[in-house]
Design a binder for this molecule. Sequence first.
Ligand code: NOJ
Length: 735
Amino acid sequence: MKIRNIILGTVMLIAASCAPKNETERKVDELLSRMTLREKVGQMNQLSGGAWLVDQAARGEVGSILNCVDPSEINAVQKAAVEQSRLGIPILVSRDVIHGFRTIFPIPLGQAATFDPAIVEQGARISAIEATASGVRWTFSPMLDVARDPRWGRVAEGSGEDPYLDVQMGVAMVKGYQGADLSDPTAMAACIKHFVGYGAAEGGRDYNSTMISERSLRNTYFPAFKATAEAGAATLMTSFNEIDGIPSTGNRWLLKDVLRDEWGWDGMVVTDWNSAGEMIAHGFSRDLKHSAEQAINAGVDMDMMSYGFIQYVEELVKEGKVSEKEIDRAVRNILKLKFELGLFENPYVDETLSAKVDYAPEHLAAAKQAAVESAILLQNRNNVLPLDKARTILVTGPLADAPYEQMGTWAFDGQKEYTVTPLAALREEYDVIWEPGLEYSRDKDKSSFARVRAAASRADAAVVFVGEEAILSGEAHSLSDLNLQGAQSELIAEVAKAGKPVVVVVMAGRPLTIERDLANCDAMLYSFHPGTMGGPALADLIKGKAVPSGKLPMTFLRDAGQAPFYYNHNNTGRPCNGTETLLEDIPVAAGQTSLGCTSYYLDTGYGPLFPFGYGLSYSSFEYDKPVLEKNVLGCDDVLRVNFTLRNTGKYEATEVAQLYVQDLVGSVVRPVKELKRFQRVSLAPGESRTVTFELPVGELAFWNIDMKYLVEPGDFRLWVAGDSASGDAVEFVVE
Ligand code: NOJ
């Protein structure tokens, strides 16, 4: 068997190296053969800026620019490159377009809460249409970092804690950005980032070290990169962090052995911003020259903003520390992308286009729908929501009318003048009494609270918009305290004293610890930062014109001290046995004994506040126990699970049905549950439907004790439910 694989592998390798070159490869070879070393290094250099880079472009010293979105400046730099540089190689223009360009969609974590890859793909397509209209042909998105610690500010930018959801959302974004063909002028090359493990930064402190075993890299952190690489992602960015002492930008095993040799990916690798240079601070490189040598030899193609490549590569080649073969590899990958994007034929952007494309009505409609689907209903006592009967409502809170803040982190090009806030949208539906209460999320000034409470007494209901300013999440914005900032919790408590129904809407970049706020309100909608159209989306949900369907893409904690906390953890040797000893249960002067099931904090208990996958609806759903077509399966079989889902409530609504599996005994400890499928199912009141999940048994494979990717025969359990903590288990066997 082994010998057969080796022979097959060798045949494939020979076949690959003898494969006839395609048209693009021929063009790349031809151009490369005419380039000087200096010109090659110029292509490997990415700089931030616009018009002031014209001279460097004319000298062929810059291959890509980032952070310029002015079409006339872009054309000026492009003209210098195309018409003045010796070989006329066009510039690749890039930008962080991570949840919309002008029309801002919910932050990626909010998009993940939709569990709707189709709407995510549509959002990415629209982002590409708008960004390319301004001349941007490369975005640094999607961020695929599995993130299990909400203290990390960048949880906002990814799809949360689950590898499978991460795969689905990442692939949807890549397809949306790149479209069917990169040469289409509205196609924007995607960049899968940050390779890899950046989300596992110790304690959620940005840029920090990670200790991730090869097995958990492969089982947890690689899958979304591999899947999006296979889906054709054009580029990849290395991460800032080091893993077990090796910074990713200098990690040859990651960038060559895994990415190229194992996965066979042929896209272009860029560093993160100065992540080559930062290897000096890590203590991994002696100086900038050494960092350039290490990065290129590890497999990096393009340097973002360390200036190390452009300064030292010629010397490094002369000294024999970097071979010209490595340089050619890098430049080939860069030129190939430029040819594929059609930049040689169409280097310029039509400077009148963006005015016609930005904020098109269909873009705004899609952003609104994404915001509707991304909101999660966490509590709805006495079915207070929807507020369909109320006439006069109090609107209060620092996020109710904060057009800039509701766009969320890194909405660089979204213009707040186009944002529709909840206050504006609710005024279309109700008689609104408006009392901000607090000016901004960190505001501690309670001087207007008495007025807010009096206003609440005059209203039929109160809606309090709280959360985080955009700047509190995202890069370099980690927090140790996840409670609402400023006096926001006090504001909610004050409003509650009026005795009217209280609805709280949280707009934030991360899961916050909101347990005490839940106690002071009847209903809570968690919308993350919902983007340009967040206001109308939330107004529809509050009024009952739309029904919540979002589900949590991350576990919600009772206290930040529980982090990291995620549903798909391994079991300890002392899993919860159903009884919890809590702090108050321990007698004074208790004997020095362990208390049994104590693999949790005595002050928070075993569970989270809300589990991954959780989210309510205005309607209610019942799941019948799932039925397997076969309970004994072979490794090549497809598992088919049928279940009946019933809408038992009064609203037409959508439920995200989720399939979880547990491999009971493995050659290494396996997670207690893993999401394997999900499906949005829309049902009329009283309607029921039998839904089928199909799961090839091959997808139960994992990297086992021998570091082989295999399905290990044995006993399994599965659940079909509306969240990761519910459902009746069904057993099956793989032989
Ligand atoms: C640093 C960030 O880590 C990365 O995500 C981003 O794409 C680059 N800066 C460029 O802005």
